[in-house]
Design a protein around this ligand. Structure first.
Ligand SMILES: Nc1ncnc2c1ncn2[C@@H]1O[C@H](COP(=O)(O)OP(=O)(O)O)[C@@H](O)[C@H]1O
Ligand SMILES: [Mg+2]
Length: 261
């Protein structure tokens, strides 16, 4: 079950610390709603963390605080020991370092697939156009849509669009990839083609935070499962521990609903 972890490479260049993403006592409110409560979460370099929990528990908000699409009210979020920048160029660079893939593919509708994967490299990373296109084509091949490069997003299936979105994020050489229910909007027959790309990324050692209801993915790819309810992290465990022996009533209840439908 956990043979995935032995193939992980946590090494490589970079600072000595193994803690890539750290949320330290993070709190956030939306008006009266305390949406993130005393969140403590550390994601190690090369680790794959799957976040699960009922709708409205704060999973998306958690992801969005990691690339500062949402600010926090208190506590600290650091990437590679650095606090998140407030604005400007540094923020754009942070967003590139933290790749994000959403449920709705969020591609630029009026750009071709190739342009979608090239644009950020040129604008944020200052890569020259030729090199950016070469890299984009290699990444599109890697996610299995190399032959779609000159089409527009609307001409692709949902599964293909989501793989382009993954390629676009990877083109920025992110330190970590966040996935917020990346297969929830897909027709069933397209779910696996996206999960397979994610599985491969995990095997290649990418640091990943994945919000998903795909328990098969969680079991096979995750190093750790984080269960959220009502804005709190209620449980953290290995997939084996979590699925065979959830400790909290909330997790037991959630699993019985999700595994038996
Ligand atoms: N921008 C916002 N303004 C007000 N409330 C929000 C906003 N975004 C999310 N919420 C609320 O915060 C709670 C957590 O939302 P979310 O993080 O999307 O949960 P999940 O992803 O686990 O379903 C929900 O009750 C949701 O309605
Ligand atoms: Mg959500």
């Amino acid at each position: 079950m956990s043979e995935v972890s032995v193939t992980k490479d946590a090494g490589g260049p970079g600072p000595a610390t193994d803690k890539l993403v750290v949320l330290d006592n993070v709190n956030k409110h939306f008006g009266a709603l305390h949406v993130l409560q005393d969140i403590e979460l550390t994601v190690a370099r090369g680790e794959v963390v799957v976040v699960i929990g009922p709708s409205g528990s704060g999973k998306s908000t958690l992801c969005r605080t990691i690339n500062r699409l949402e600010t926090v009210d208190s506590g600290r979020v650091t990437i590679d020991d650095k606090p998140l920048p407030e604005e400007g160029k540094e923020l754009a660079k942070l967003r590139a370092d933290v790749g994000m893939v959403f449920q709705s593919f969020n591609l630029f509708a009026h750009k071709t697939v190739l342009e979608n994967v090239t644009l950020g490299q040129v604008k944020v990373r200052k890569t020259d156009k030729q090199a950016a296109e070469t890299k984009a084509r290699a990444l599109l091949d890697r996610v299995g849509v190399g032959n779609q490069a000159d089409k527009y997003p609307a001409q692709l299936s949902g599964g293909q669009q989501q793989r382009v979105a993954i390629a676009r994020a990877l083109a920025m050489d992110p330190k970590v990839m966040l996935f917020d229910e990346p297969t929830s909007a897909l027709d069933p027959e397209m779910i696996n083609e996206v999960l397979e790309v994610m599985q491969q990324l995990a095997r290649d050692g990418m640091t990943m935070v994945v919000v998903t209801h795909e328990m098969g993915f969680a079991r096979s790819a995750a190093n750790r499962v984080v269960f959220m309810a009502d804005g709190r992290i209620v449980e953290e465990a290995t997939p084996d521990q979590f699925f065979s022996n959830p400790r909290s009533d909330r997790a037991k209840d959630f699993l019985s609903k999700i595994l038996h439908h």
